[in-house]
Design a protein around this ligand. Structure first.
Ligand code: FMN
Length: 211
C-alpha cells in the first residue's frame, strides 16, 4: 500500500472527465454501504458527484459529509453493489473495499440541488451535486480509474468493422448504437476516446449516413 501525494492524475483521472467507481459510506447503524457512482474529476484534489435522491449513499453523505471512492475492475463488486448489498466482510475497518486497487477519502465542500438537461431522468430536484475535497489517496496497485469512453470506442469499432456485411436493419441498429455511444463519450470520455469516436463518425458519414 502506498499513500501518495494527493493528485488524481496518479490514477489516470483527467479534469472534467467522469470515471466509474464504487463509493462506500457509513450507514446510521454503523454498517457500511457500497454503490457504483460516476465521479467527475475537477482538479488534482477535487471531485464532483451527482447522486439521485432516495439512495443510501446520498443519505449517508448528507449525514456524515465524508465518503470513500474505491477504484476497482471487479465486475462482481459492481454487480452486487448495484443489484443487492455487498456483504460487510467486503469492507475494511476504515470503510474502504478490501479488494480496491486504489481509493481516496473525500470530505464534502458543498451540496447543491440540480438536474442536468442532458439527463434521461428529467424530474426537477431529483439529484444533488456534491463537490468534495480529496483528503487522502492510497494506491494498492498500479491502476487507472475506469472510464466508459474506451469501452464505447472498442464497441463502436467492432460494429464498424462488421458494418458492410450486415443487413439494412442491422446497419440501422449499429447507427443507433453509435449515436448513443457518441453522446456518452462526448459527455464522459477521455480526450483520446472522443478523438477516436470522431474518426469513426467521419467514416460513417463518408458512407452517406446522417449522424
Ligand atoms: C456504473 C454505474 C454508475 C452509477 N453512477 C451513478 C451516479 O453517478 N449517481 C447516482 O445517483 N447513481 C448512480 N448509479 C446507480 C446507483 O449505483 C444505484 O442506484 C445504487 O443502487 C444505489 O445504491 P444505494 O442505495 O446503496 O446508495 C450508478 C450505477 C452504475 C452501475
Amino acid at each position: 500500500m502506498m499513500i501518495m501525494e494527493i493528485d488524481l492524475s496518479l490514477i489516470g483521472m483527467e479534469k472534467g472527465r467522469q470515471y466509474e467507481t464504487i463509493i462506500t459510506t457509513k450507514n446510521t447503524d454503523n454498517t457500511f454501504n457500497a454503490a457504483p457512482i460516476g465521479v467527475i474529476c475537477s482538479g488534482p484534489d477535487v471531485i464532483v458527484i451527482r447522486i439521485f435522491k432516495g439512495s443510501h449513499t446520498l443519505d449517508n453523505i448528507i449525514e456524515n459529509r465524508e465518503f470513500i471512492v474505491n477504484i476497482t475492475y471487479d465486475p462482481e463488486l459492481f454487480a452486487v453493489s448495484t443489484l443487492q448489498n455487498l456483504p460487510q466482510d467486503s469492507f475494511d475497518e476504515d470503510m474502504t473495499l478490501n479488494d480496491a486497487d486504489a481509493y481516496f477519502k473525500c470530505e464534502v465542500i458543498s451540496l447543491i440541488e440540480a438536474v442536468k438537461q442532458s439527463d434521461p431522468i428529467k424530474k426537477k430536484d431529483e439529484a444533488i451535486v456534491i463537490k468534495s475535497k480529496v483528503t487522502e489517496l492510497v494506491i494498492n496497485k498500479n491502476t487507472k480509474a475506469f472510464n466508459r469512453g474506451f469501452s464505447y470506442v472498442i464497441e463502436s469499432l467492432t460494429n464498424f468493422s462488421r458494418f458492410d456485411n450486415v443487413s439494412d436493419a442491422q446497419k440501422e441498429d449499429y447507427l443507433n448504437k453509435f449515436r448513443e455511444a457518441y453522446r456518452v463519450v462526448k459527455k464522459v470520455g477521455r480526450i483520446d476516446d472522443i478523438k477516436a469516436m470522431k474518426e469513426i463518425k467521419k467514416e460513417l458519414e463518408s458512407k452517406g449516413y446522417d449522424l
